[in-house]
Structures are given as C-alpha cells and as structure tokens.
Design a binder for this molecule. Sequence first.
Ligand code: AR6
Length: 182
Amino acid sequence: MKINIKENTLELMLGDITKQATEAIVNAANGTLLGGGGVDGAIHKAAGPELLVECKRIRKGLLKGELLSTGKAVMTGGYSLPAKFVIHTVGPVWQGGANDEERLLSDCYRNSLQLSLDNNINSISFPSISTGVYRFPVKPASEIALRSILEFLDQNHLGKVIMMLYSERDFDVYQSSLKKLL
Ligand code: AR6
C-alpha cells in the first residue's frame, strides 16, 4: 500500500529491513547502542563489525550514564548494508501505557525523520519500533507510528518513507490503521 502526502510518499511493505536500499534504515536499538536481538541484531550482523565500533564511539560522547535516551535518535554509516546510513532510535518499553509510552514512541519517528531531513536524506525505512522485545501492542503502536509520519510529511519535504513490516499480521494491522487515518 502506497500513498502520497504532498510531494512525499509513504509505503507499507513486508520484508527484511536489512535488505532495503533506501538511503537510511532505522534501527530499534536500546540505550547502550551495543546491539541486541530482533532487528537490532539483524542490522548489526548485516552491517558488519564496523557498525559497533562507530556506535561505541557515539556512546562515549553521551553524558548521563552513557545511555541514549528513549525517543532520541543518532546516525551512523551503514557499512555492508545496502543502506548508506543507519538511524538508531530507542523505543519505549511497554509498561501498560501510563508511562508516556505514546509520546516517546512518537518521538522516535519524529526525531528519526528530522535527523534525515537535517542530513539531506531523501528515503528512509522504519521497522515497527517497540513492538517486539519491548512489547508495545501493535495496533496502538501502528496508529502512533503512522500518525507521526503523516504529520511530519504533511509539514516537510523529505521524499520516500517505507514502513517495513516483518510479518503478514503486522502488515495487516498497519494497513487497516493507515486506511482508518486517511
Ligand atoms: N526487518 C524488519 N523488521 C524486523 C526484522 C528485520 N530484519 N527483525 C525483526 N523485526 P524488536 P523493540 C521486527 O524486538 O521491540 C533489541 O534487542 C520485529 O518483528 O527488534 O523495539 C534491542 O537491542 C518487530 O515487529 O525491537 C532492544 O533491546 C520489530 O522489528 C530491544 O530489542 C521490533 O522488534 C528493542 O525492542
């Protein structure tokens, strides 16, 4: 499913984000930036060891216990990935919904898109942030993700945004949320 928002496009796709040749792909990382399971593990594996070296260098430059705060985003090279850049963002852990999870998840999308814009990146792919290990329920997460992207694309000229879903079930949830939002 593909839609136009002013001079931008948003497309929902089913597949592996590590294979995506958009200029940037987004990593659902954790605050340590040292890699992990899920999409984070897959991205580090496909990018190769230099990605971890750059992540460690960024981490050394962070204050406050050297963790990247939830909702924030940083950028690295893509190394052996088809994508030129990786934007690492830290989604909120689902704790029932009363701990600012909605705003923090929205921050992940907005800050990643802003970082792309600031670096003249015209195409970016997102995974479904927080809906794996961090247990954010997919339906509300899809609504927050899509609303945040649509609002950003309504106000900015970025180019192409892809939501890369990893299961048919997630794809269907995102598709019905998008239809509802339009
Ligand atoms: N391509 C696209 N999507 C993927 C891929 C892939 N190759 N692999 C998994 N997904 P998760 P989180 C989907 O758990 O919930 C890590 O250990 C997956 O099916 O990767 O934000 C980090 O280091 C799900 O829909 O991220 C953190 O500690 C979505 O990506 C923690 O997990 C997100 O699932 C972050 O948890």
